[in-house]
Unconditional design. Structure first.
Length: 357
């Protein structure tokens, strides 16, 4: 029998007799149990009941979507919900696919009450730990911003007071410190941005902004960047200017890390009048990314350090993960093109222009 507050369980299965039977067992065991006979009813229930702790999801739903396809839709609604797949087939490949897509575990039919009572506390604890981890993570990142702002303010005041007396070496040290501050600000922004995207609290805006002006303004912060824009670019587009700048900044910063020392980063743009997509390209010389690794570098869960260790033993960090999320939020995409012979790598991203024609 469950002690304390009743955990909330939802069963999604298209067989009424199974749902009623399992619901009765779970309620007897002290759970708050409900069921849905279709995946859409289940998703609607989750929208109305954000306190659901565990979903028991039938793999073989007789609908246009299978349970495996419904699984990510559940996790999109609430990433903390623990999903236990329910299947008639005791097949390891099915179970592994479910876990790969975000399931916590899988069980076989008929319903094994003892097995569920063993797994359920583990699922509830996993949910609690994930929530605590994110809570502390957010607190730490936000707490970093205040001392960093103090450092930035003091840094600017000190540089202003000493600007007439700085030696060339001191000027170089100030530039190095400024670059380090900028990198920390970028890292914190990426972490907060990724967290906001995952929570669904960061929504892309649609506002008009000048294309060339924005690109030149963003790139002027870097000494080793050259911009080449065609006359065919529109004067303005309608999208999220802040997200666009953050994507471009992340990609340029990444390109500078892997470029041959002293070489220029090339930034260019293109506009497709048919699809109304603005594509921005950032090319650096001195690195090559193999085709089999080009998707992994955008995924924060992939061991990028291991998979692209040939690139100076470094990884790409969270900047590209954020950039991928931001580009997709702008109904676009981001991808990599790389040439082994010339050792050139180009990151390209496109965003939708929502200007009404």
């Amino acid at each position: 029998m469950v002690q304390g507050p009743q955990p909330h369980i939802l069963l999604i299965d298209d067989e009424l007799s199974i749902c009623v039977g399992i619901q009765g067992l779970l309620e007897t065991d002290g759970y708050n149990a409900a069921y849905s006979l279709t995946y859409q009813e289940g998703l609607d229930y989750l929208d109305q009941h954000p306190d659901v702790d565990i979903v028991l999801l039938d793999v073989n739903l007789r609908s246009e979507l299978s349970g495996i396809e419904v699984l990510p839709l559940i996790k999109e609604r609430n990433k903390y919900i623990q999903v236990i797949m329910f299947t008639s087939y005791d097949r390891l490949d099915v179970g592994l696919e479910c876990i790969k897509r975000g399931a916590m575990d899988f069980m076989t039919k008929p319903f094994d009450e003892k097995n569920f009572l063993r797994v359920a506390p583990i699922a509830l604890e996993k949910k609690r730990l994930e929530q605590i981890k994110d809570l502390y993570f957010d607190m730490v990142v936000h707490d970093l911003k205040n001392p960093l702002q103090c450092i930035c303010g003091s840094f600017e005041m000190l540089r202003e007071q000493l600007k007439e007396t700085l030696t060339p070496i001191q000027k170089r040290l100030f530039e190095t410190a400024e670059s380090g501050i900028h990198q920390i600000q970028l890292i914190i922004g990426n972490i907060l941005g990724i967290t906001s995207f995952e929570k669904g609290s960061l929504i892309a805006r649609r506002e008009s902004f000048a294309v060339a002006e924005t690109i030149y303004e963003t790139t002027k912060l870097y000494d080793l960047v050259e911009v080449n824009l065609p006359d065919t670019l529109p004067v303005t587009i309608r999208s999220d200017r802040d997200l666009y700048i953050r994507i471009l900044t992340n990609i340029i910063s990444n390109a500078l890390r892997f470029a041959t020392i002293g070489s220029k980063i090339q930034v260019s743009g293109d506009y497709d009048t048919g699809s109304r997509f603005l594509t921005t390209s950032v090319m650096n010389r001195g690195s090559f990314i193999d085709a089999k690794h080009r998707e992994a570098i955008f995924n924060k869960f992939i061991g990028v350090q291991r998979s692209i260790g040939s690139l100076r033993g470094q990884n790409f960090g969270l900047g590209l993960t954020f950039s991928k999320m931001a580009a997709e939020a702008l109904e676009g995409a981001i991808w990599v093109e790389s040439n082994k012979e010339t050792q050139e790598t180009t990151f390209k991203f496109k965003i939708k222009d929502f200007t009404v024609v």
